[in-house]
Design a protein around this ligand. Structure first.
Ligand code: SAH
Length: 390
């Protein structure tokens, strides 16, 4: 077995539970290393730390899978881990659709599996996890007897690991346009061509949180994608709902989803740039009772964090200007690079510039099928805020 020894003078992050080891934290490696191999990690004083997988090509050279000396990393190990992840979701009532595996938060770094009823979509985002793909597929088959398994590994981060981007079937081919149920509504999910894994499950509980504020309201939703928030608003009794997305494909799929739920007379979608149109409409004096914003991350790296701050501030400022006195802003941010405290500060700056006063109604995060591990920043990523705007 390959042995990795850490340097003496490094932060205690890894010893305290973080699963990532950076190349510059390694003192020496004993044995011939091939990318993807299982390794045992020791502290400088030869104290056992854990076992994980190595990729000398990646900045994160080792990702730990276990802190147990007695575990052997094999097919059975992954079956056990996936079963544990499933038990947790079942316990919390996420049975039909859920994020079945949320990487580090389920002690399976770089593995994402979304369960859409009988269909499973997975991403293996590190080399050491990618080599276990057959074992993972086998475990899914044994535990769930699924109707289909698909890989959405068409993600640029794989290239940092020396992996190709790809997507395709990991089971017998099946029709990748499926319909899921959420909160009593139905949504088309395009497993092959949808964004990320096809549908954003992380907001499934937050979509219910708008229930009371949208009743009898004129609602504007920007960054609507599948139209999920907007269709929920119509379902919960909104007078009118308009959803905006820059992508024609997204607007088409949202329009289909509105019809699927018989709500096409209440909710409409339009393909436009939300930044431009919100500015135009606030100049024209348009007003809504509720404005909902769910923009993309705006940045992928810490270096360009200012870009994200500017983007969030700008869109929230424009959104607030469109809200009636006493109306509500429902606003999200999906990047862990903007932590909750900073997000609230950005919203406060926007309110100041818009000359509006806010009352916090609720502040939530992603649903419990995406559990958060303290000290692993990337697991704490979604902010979902409802404020009343005076
Ligand atoms: N609200 C959705 C998720 C939104 S994802 C849900 O609940 O599932 C973000 C969306 O913003 C994407 O669909 C993307 O096409 C859209 N988008 C990105 N930039 C935009 C812009 N400038 N104006 C409008 N939509 C934009």
């Amino acid at each position: 077995m390959i042995k990795v020894y850490l340097k003496k003078k490094i932060s205690r992050r890894v010893e305290n539970g973080h699963p990532w080891i950076f190349g510059n934290e390694v003192d020496k490696i004993e044995g011939d290393v091939k990318g993807g191999d299982t390794v045992i990690v020791f502290a400088h004083d030869k104290k056992f730390i854990g076992q994980g997988f190595i990729n000398p090509q990646s900045q994160i050279i080792v990702r730990l899978l276990t802190r147990e000396k007695s575990d052997s990393i094999d097919e059975f190990f992954f079956q056990k881990r996936i079963q544990e992840a499933w038990n947790y979701r079942k316990k919390l009532g996420y049975v039909e659709n859920c994020r079945l595996v949320f990487g580090e938060a389920d002690q399976m770094p770089s593995l994402v599996i979304d369960k859409f009823n009988d269909y499973f979509v997975l991403q293996t985002l590190a080399l050491g996890m990618d080599v276990w793909k057959p074992a993972i597929v086998k475990a899914l088959e044994e535990i769930f007897n699924p109707k289909g398994i698909y890989e959405r590994n068409d993600v640029p981060v794989r290239e940092l690991e020396g992996l190709m981007q790809k997507k395709g079937f990991l089971s017998k081919p099946f029709d990748t346009n499926i319909v899921i149920n959420e909160n009593g509504l139905r949504f088309n999910v395009d497993i092959e061509n949808g964004q990320k894994t096809g549908y954003f499950l992380d907001q499934h509980d937050n979509r219910r949180a708008i229930r009371n504020i949208v009743k009898d309201a004129d609602v504007l939703g920007a960054f609507s994608y599948t139209g999920s928030f907007e269709i929920h608003a119509a379902h919960y009794g909104a007078k009118s709902v308009l959803g905006l997305d820059i992508s024609e494909n997204a607007v088409n799929s949202a329009t289909k989803n509105a019809a699927l739920n018989g709500l096409e007379n209440i909710v409409q979608f339009k393909a436009v740039n939300a930044f431009d149109i919100l500015k135009k409409w606030s100049k024209e004096g348009r007003q809504y009772d509720v404005v909902m914003l769910d923009p993309p991350a705006f940045t992928k790296s810490r270096e360009t964090i200012q870009k994200a701050i500017t983007g969030y501030k700008e869109i929230n400022l424009r959104g607030m200007k469109l809200i009636n006195k006493g109306g509500f802003l429902v606003t999200s941010s999906c990047t862990n690079l903007v932590p909750p405290k900073l997000f609230l500060e950005i919203i406060q700056m926007a309110a100041k510039d818009a000359k509006r006063k806010l009352r916090q109604v609720s502040f939530q995060t992603q649903a419990p099928d995406h559990p958060i591990i303290w000290d692993m920043e990337n697991t704490n990523y979604l902010k979902f805020l409802i404020v009343q705007v005076e």
